[in-house]
Design a protein around this ligand. Structure first.
Ligand code: GLN
Length: 187
């Protein structure tokens, strides 16, 4: 399985390493045509507004086409990019997931923290860094993990988004879950 990691900015290398540990072939995606050869894509954390600037209209269009067709996993800024509605401030999204996210929603004091949440009903460590909050989950969106009352890992069809950073914990369950999505999509 060939998994691309969008490598324009931000936290892409930790994803690449995790995917390789799990036996996938990870390729860094810097140009739109590199999307043509991969079975799935990870959009890492970083700064979502910067991603949009670097992608430009053309890149956003190509990415939109890709996420409609193939499994995509966005973490933090990546989750913001995949959303249909973005607040604080309002920002364009790829509309792949019917959710509303609020950027930098946890305020200054707890803007970065490690907390325990639940993934498929099992406890799991979650690293939050200037995380967005998922404020609305549309019909057809499944909550896979939560922290307190908040949904923090959601899925709609082949699109997966986390407001935390599973690539920064030793636990590989979330990436394995994504690889399973990609595998199922290939069948
Ligand atoms: N605060 C960033 C944003 O709004 C996301 C932070 C992250 O990816 N760790 O895009």
């Amino acid at each position: 399985m060939k998994i691309g990691v969008l490598a324009l900015q931000g936290d892409f290398d930790a994803h690449r390493r995790r995917l390789e540990e799990l036996g996938a072939e990870a390729v860094l995606v810097k140009k739109p045509e590199e999307l043509d050869v991969i079975d799935g894509l990870v959009i890492p954390g970083g700064e979502s507004s910067t991603f949009l600037k670097l992608l430009g209209e053309d890149g956003i269009g190509k990415l939109k086409d890709f996420v409609r067709m193939k499994p995509t996993f966005g973490t933090c800024a990546g989750a913001i990019l995949l959303a249909s509605e973005v607040e604080n401030p309002k920002q364009a999204g790829l509309g792949a997931l019917d959710i509303t996210v609020r950027r930098n929603a946890y305020g200054r004091q707890i803007d970065s923290s490690i907390r325990e949440g639940r993934f498929l009903n099992e406890p799991i460590e979650m690293v939050f860094i200037r995380a967005p909050r998922i404020e609305r989950v549309g019909e057809g969106v499944e909550v896979i993990a939560s922290e307190g009352e908040d949904p923090v890992l959601v899925r709609q069809g082949k699109t997966l988004a986390a407001t935390f950073h599973p690539e920064l914990s030793d636990d590989s369950r979330v990436h394995r879950y994504f690889l399973k999505l990609v595998e199922d999509g290939k069948r």
